[in-house]
Design a protein around this ligand. Structure first.
Ligand SMILES: [Zn+2]
Length: 114
């Protein structure tokens, strides 16, 4: 199925192909502050519908993941990175339409200890 996602103000819009029932919740300094609930998909399943120039990008630590955020409303709906050579998108399921957060299983990751 196709999930529609956006930031709060709508400046960032995207679509993601696939299904999920679990999202990653990480306790690292960055994920915990932003409240990310992440679903990882191959980059090819992710379609950005917004010009890249209108999106802010934040990196830290090894700068391996490009965390995208809206400069206007502050939402951080997704990031791009690579895992074992494959381009991936990390989608913040909080920014998808029609997702019942209470129904999503949480896979806790102890990123703070890495
Ligand atoms: Zn926005």
């Amino acid at each position: 199925m196709t999930h529609k996602g956006s930031c709060h103000c709508g400046q960032i819009k995207f679509e993601v192909e696939g299904t999920f029932d679990t999202a990653m919740e990480c306790n690292c300094s960055h994920c915990s502050r932003k409240g990310y609930l992440l679903w990882f998909v191959p980059r090819t399943q992710f379609t950005l519908q917004t010009p890249a120039a209108s999106i802010g990008v934040y990196t830290f630590n090894k700068h391996a993941i490009k965390h995208h955020f809206c400069p206007k409303c502050g939402c951080a709906p997704f990031g791009f990175g690579a895992s074992r050579g494959a381009e991936m998108a990390a989608v913040n399921v909080r920014c998808l339409e029609g997702v019942e957060l209470a129904d999503i299983k949480r896979q806790f990751v102890d990123g703070r200890s890495f």
